[in-house]
Design a protein. Structure first.
Length: 268
């Protein structure tokens, strides 16, 4: 079963339940984004290796003025269940393949930041053995992004006008939802079957990862690579790392992070 079918059968009700809980807290609902269903590139299932990138949350989300045009939760609350699920599934594809790929192919005016450039560099190295470089190529960019999966620790973030990353109340609602409905986040990772999962979240999110993935633990890497600020995550049945946020690293240091991950994958 492909991930999209699995998600429709296993995640849809959980997302609707989360939306219902957010809708019941109006002081939060009008300040947060539409929930994020994982992006799974069209070529992900056949990619070698399968790469799953996990960020903190949708930082503002979407297109339009100030990055919020297609991301406000209140915009979709009146849709029926079928239309809502179709929108949740389509939004990540529109975002990646409509906003990110053109930018990483060199077209200005689309959504882009160092975070996305670093994903492009990382995927290029792991998939194509392409050197870490800011040089952008539309065909290479499309190949890279359509061959990865991308998710987030928190499926609902704050609107960009509210700071982007979710504050405590919004985080707690999602943690409680995870406990009440079962560990959807861990099941999601298992269903995606990545060869490597990379959490670009920094140590500030370690507690959130441990709360949402209670069967995992953080392990220090060997002292020789301590300066890269990487932790290995045990318990996911796949090679998994927590790095600092990709934007934190200098170009040289990020290249070293990617080389470390490549070397660990070769050693499996």
């Amino acid at each position: 079963m492909r991930f999209e079918e699995w998600a429709s059968e296993n995640l849809k009700d959980r997302y609707f339940s989360l939306i219902a809980r957010l809708k019941g807290k109006q002081e939060i609902a009008d300040k947060c984004t539409i929930p994020f269903v994982p992006y799974v590139g069209a070529n992900y299932c056949d990619a070698k290796p399968r790469i799953l990138i996990i960020g903190k949350a949708t930082y503002g989300w979407g297109k339009g003025d100030e990055g919020q045009g297609s991301g406000a939760l209140n915009d979709v609350l009146d849709e029926d269940d079928h239309a809502l699920w179709e929108h949740l599934v389509e939004l990540p594809k529109e975002f990646i393949e409509g906003e990110i790929i053109p930018y990483c192919g060199g077209e200005e005016g689309h959504y882009g930041s160092r975070f996305w450039i670093r994903i492009y560099q990382l995927a290029g190295k792991l998939l194509l053995d392409r050197p870490i470089s800011n040089e952008r190529d539309l065909q290479v960019s499309e190949t890279c992004f359509k061959s990865i999966a991308w998710s987030n620790i928190f499926k609902v973030g704050a609107l960009k006008s509210e700071g982007g990353n979710p504050k405590k109340k919004l985080r707690d609602i999602q943690k409680d939802e995870n406990k009440n409905e079962g560990n959807a986040f861990e099941e999601e990772i298992t269903a995606l079957r990545p060869d490597v999962a990379i959490f670009s979240t920094s140590r500030a999110y370690d507690k959130h990862i441990e709360d949402l993935l209670p069967n995992t633990c953080m392990e220090d890497v060997d002292p020789e690579h301590e300066h890269l600020k990487i932790k290995e995550i045990e318990g996911l049945d796949t090679l998994a790392f927590r790095t600092y946020h990709f934007q934190y690293y200098s170009n040289e240091k990020f290249g070293q992070v990617v080389d470390y991950i490549c070397d660990r994958m070769k050693g499996q």
